[in-house]
Write a protein that binds this ligand. Structure first.
Ligand SMILES: Nc1ncnc2c1ncn2[C@@H]1O[C@H](COP(=O)(O)OP(=O)(O)OP(=O)(O)O)[C@@H](O)[C@H]1O
Ligand SMILES: O=P(O)(O)OC[C@H]1O[C@](O)(CO)[C@@H](O)[C@@H]1O
Ligand SMILES: [Mg+2]
Length: 414
């Protein structure tokens, strides 16, 4: 009876831990009594019955937001899978949502032959952009181009855009399937195990930490300082600190800290120089923003541009040790774009392959307004509306953050 297809009624369980009490580490309770409510989500994969006639389909792919390792892997797998279904008309929309309305930007015909090797490089074969998304204009363009399936690769902003496009298509009664694939090195999208690109970013970030460690270790009273990305969450900083094992202080936006005073970071650095002779600090870009003057600036998508905590800390550390008359050799590393522009590592490449293939299966199954992701190690489709409710952040009560604290040995900084 086995036929290899996923049944439309197949489900994966969304929450797999039953917390006995709201005081359990990382507890997320569905109600104040922490009672167990099962929640099931659609399993991803190919269906026996498909909603579109492949020969008649025009499919488009667009990549939005910042760069992320694995974008090319996903584009490539979407094209491969579409061709396997028999789709002949596949196009890439250049430079994010901008490609839908900016005059002079032409859609790019895509084929297996053209995208065969794009995974060997980082970046996006189609180009990316921020800002400028006008839903009605984008849907006008989708209508004019007669697109039936739109695959949108991006982070939370892109997902909000994809959902708006999906809603507008429904309003106009267009039979367009809008399927997203969550991309972001920040890993800040709700409900999923991880977004593609995150693993690779952590691996690259670890190299920067290792360099900081070597510099600090080799200097007299060396202090290595590394600033890592993460718009509103400290996942990269926490995971890179954990994986490297070379970080003595990890600072993330979810956990406030002070620099000065008896319990401040600077006093702890003094202690580390005294006891170890050197130390390594890893700070997430959104950490400690309350210590800085707000830049007030936003990027083209309306995202807040942070004040530079890395440069601020570098200056504060130098000044502090000068003031107390203790020599300190501060080496600051900001590997920002090096972390994002690299090619996907092996684990991300596999994740991208599965998510890209499942995105196409989801569109053929007739879904729209969904995202293709991994949840509790199972591949599923989630409604976009559920994953964009808020950015995912590190839970300071989670076991993972406490593991990080155990590993660094840092105290509370207040
Ligand atoms: N609420 C929204 N509704 C419609 N479109 C949006 C919304 N938020 C962002 N967008 C559009 O989505 C695109 C990408 O958004 P953004 O620059 O925030 O990146 P992102 O998808 O969050 O990825 P990254 O992780 O790189 O920040 C932009 O073109 C932006 O205009
Ligand atoms: O490409 P830009 O606009 O410099 O974006 C930087 C932001 O993009 C990300 O890399 C991904 O959201 C963030 O970590 C960072 O704050
Ligand atoms: Mg974003």
């Amino acid at each position: 009876m086995w036929n290899g297809y996923v049944n439309n009624a197949d489900r994966a369980l969304l929450k797999v831990i039953k917390y006995s009490s709201p005081t359990s580490a990382g507890a997320e309770c569905i109600d104040p009594d922490c009672s167990w409510v099962e929640q099931w989500v659609h399993r991803a994969g190919p269906r026996k019955e498909i909603y579109f006639e492949p020969e008649e389909v025009k499919a488009a792919i667009v990549t939005c937001g910042g760069l992320c390792p694995g974008l090319n892997d996903v584009i490539r797998q979407i094209v491969f899978t579409l061709e396997t279904y028999g789709v002949k008309n596949i196009v890439g929309i250049p430079f994010g949502y901008r490609g839908f309305f900016e005059k002079g930007l032409k859609e790019m015909p895509l084929s297996r032959c053209l995208v065969e090797n794009i995974n060997l490089n980082g970046g996006s074969f189609l180009g990316v952009s921020r800002g400028g998304a006008k839903t009605s204009e984008i849907v006008d363009s989708i209508q004019a181009r007669r697109i039936d399936m739109l695959f949108v690769l991006g982070g939370n902003g892109t997902h909000a855009g994809a959902n708006a496009i999906h809603e507008e298509c429904r309003k106009r009664k267009l039979k367009v399937s809008v399927v997203a694939v969550p991309k972001t090195i920040d890993n800040d999208i709700l409900l999923m195990d991880k977004t593609f690109g995150f693993d690779t970013a952590v691996e690259e970030a670890q190299r920067a930490i290792n360099s900081a460690y070597i510099e600090a270790r080799s200097a007299y009273h060396g202090i290595g300082l590394v600033k890592l990305m993460g718009r509103s969450s400290g996942f990269i900083a926490m995971h890179a600190s954990l994986s490297s094992g070379q970080v003595n202080v990890c600072l993330i936006p979810e956990v406030p800290f002070t620099l000065d005073g008896e319990f401040g970071v600077l006093r702890h650095l003094e202690h580390l120089l005294k006891t170890k002779g050197f130390c390594v600090v890893c700070v997430a870009e959104a950490a400690g923003q309350d210590l800085l003057q707000k830049s007030g600036a936003t990027d083209a998508s309306g995202n807040v541009i942070f004040s530079d905590i890395g440069v601020h800390m570098q200056q504060k550390i130098k000044m502090h040790f000068k003031d107390i008359g203790v020599p300190a050799d501060v080496k600051y590393i900001d590997p920002t774009y090096m972390v994002r522009a690299c090619r996907a590592n092996a684990s991300d490449a596999i994740l991208c392959t599965v998510l890209g293939q499942n995105a196409v299966h989801g569109a053929f199954a007739g879904f729209s307004g969904i995202t293709s992701c991994i949840c509790n190690t199972h591949y599923v489709y989630l409604p976009i509306t559920e994953v964009i409710k808020a950015p995912k952040r590190v839970n300071p009560n989670s076991r993972m953050w406490h593991r990080c604290l155990t590993s660094t040995g840092q105290p509370d900084f207040h």
